[in-house]
Design a protein around this ligand. Structure first.
Ligand SMILES: *Cc1c(COP(=O)(O)O)cnc(C)c1O
Length: 386
């Protein structure tokens, strides 16, 4: 019995890779994005499974994440997608990671670090086509290419961009808005796509070599085949979670993570008894409560107080009362006598015929599935199967 256990099915990760790759034309490769400890699933284990299933590259956000993957023995192309400062850049480059580049100042830093390396540093230039965060404006790209052309320490590996709205306008499942009624956001996606196509023309003309052009995240990979280019960068879909906050199964994905706890006690309550902090829930009738040793300290959000559901014995029961740091409580109603100390409790995933999706928890909390799995804390033990 584990008080808080995340079981990650690596067979599902490989299935999701195969499903995503099935959408790509021959010659388009897939980068598996494993930042934030593999969206809470465990970066090294997911990276290994993704590579087994044919991922051509791995993506992370920070130097520390790149170094941890190498320390775990993960080899192969690895790209740091986020910004790096001096020490981080050195660490990333020594870990053999490729880096993302968009500023002149960063060129100088790269040259400095590159001088002591035996091989040139492989870089991906990030173009800002409308996200207005990282990246250089397309009109500056030709001058930027001139600047790195003269530096033998720098080797151009790719040119990339990132979409602001791909998740709102595409997908079989369609998300909130299908392509037919995507309005502004569909327009903005196409505006960004066109800006990227135009931006890379001069690069294609002057650098006919092997440059990888890439801009699609999971949503664009599923929703917009015209945005695939040479490589897609998939995070959320690798884990079997829907980039559209819809049903992942509808897009051929299988959620890989199951979050479980157990029934630590079954408590009899008389009508009018309250449960937990603040007495926020009062039993409307005589009932039984399951006491479950998981809480917001594990990443089961306090916002689910009297809103979430759990599965026990293949049936759903409402979370009642406050979610505390270490404990939640669920109303078992008349089923109380049938439920035993030690019974498995599912908080995310399948049990019998029932399933609780991370998307359901996200909707109840007004957030997205990404945050649900990223928030699982280090107190949750990770197990791998498949
Ligand atoms: C995180 C990230 C991705 C993956 O996005 P998903 O929506 O999880 O597929 C792709 N590209 C960049 C630059 C990222 O930072």
């Amino acid at each position: 019995m584990h008080r808080a256990l995340a079981t990650v099915n690596l067979e599902s990760i490989r299935h999701n890779l195969a499903s995503l790759q099935g959408r790509l034309s021959p010659g388009t490769s897939l980068m598996a994005v494993v930042k934030a400890d593999g969206y809470g699933h465990g970066a090294a284990e997911v990276a290994r499974a993704a590579q087994e299933a044919g991922a051509a590259a791995l993506g992370v956000a920070t130097a520390g994440e790149a170094v941890s993957l190498r320390d775990a023995g993960i080899e192969g192309p690895l790209v740091v997608l986020g910004p790096l400062t001096g020490a981080g850049l050195e660490a990333a480059v020594h870990a053999g990671a490729e880096v993302t580049l968009w500023s002149e100042q960063f060129i100088r830093e790269l040259v400095r670090v590159g001088r002591v390396m035996k091989h040139p540093i492989r870089v991906h230039i990030k173009v800002d086509t409308g996200m207005h965060r990282l990246g250089l404006y397309p009109r500056r790209l030709p001058g930027f290419l001139d600047a790195i052309d003269t530096e033998p320490e720098i080797e151009l590996a790719g040119v990339m961009s990132h979409f602001a709205t791909a998740d709102e306008a595409g997908g079989v499942a369609g998300g909130e808005a299908g392509p037919e009624d995507s309005g502004q956001d569909g327009d903005f996606f196409h505006y960004q796509l066109k800006a990227f196509e135009e931006a890379i023309q001069p690069v294609i003309l002057r650098t006919p070599g092997k440059i990888t052009y890439h801009c699609a995240n999971s949503a664009a990979t599923i929703g917009f085949p015209q945005a695939h280019f040479d490589m897609v960068r998939c995070g959320i879909a690798v884990y079997g979670l829907s980039p559209f906050q819809a049903d992942p199964f509808a897009d051929g994905l299988r959620p890989a993570l199951r979050l479980t706890s157990y029934v630590a006690d079954v408590k009899r309550l008389t009508e009018g008894d309250s449960v937990g902090y603040g007495r926020s829930w009062i039993a409307p009738r005589n009932t039984h409560i399951a006491v479950i040793p998981i809480g917001y300290g594990d990443g089961f959000s306090r916002g689910l107080s009297s809103r979430g559901r759990v599965l026990i014995g293949g049936r759903p029961y409402p979370v009642v009362g406050r979610v505390s740091m270490d404990i939640i409580t669920a109303d078992l109603g008349g089923d109380g006598p049938a439920i035993r100390h030690g019974d498995e409790v599912v908080l995310i995933g399948r049990q019998g015929e029932e399933v609780i999706l991370a998307e359901e928890l996200a909707a109840a909390l007004g957030t997205i599935n990404y945050e649900i799995t990223c928030n699982l804390s280090s107190r949750v033990e990770r197990r791998y199967e498949g």
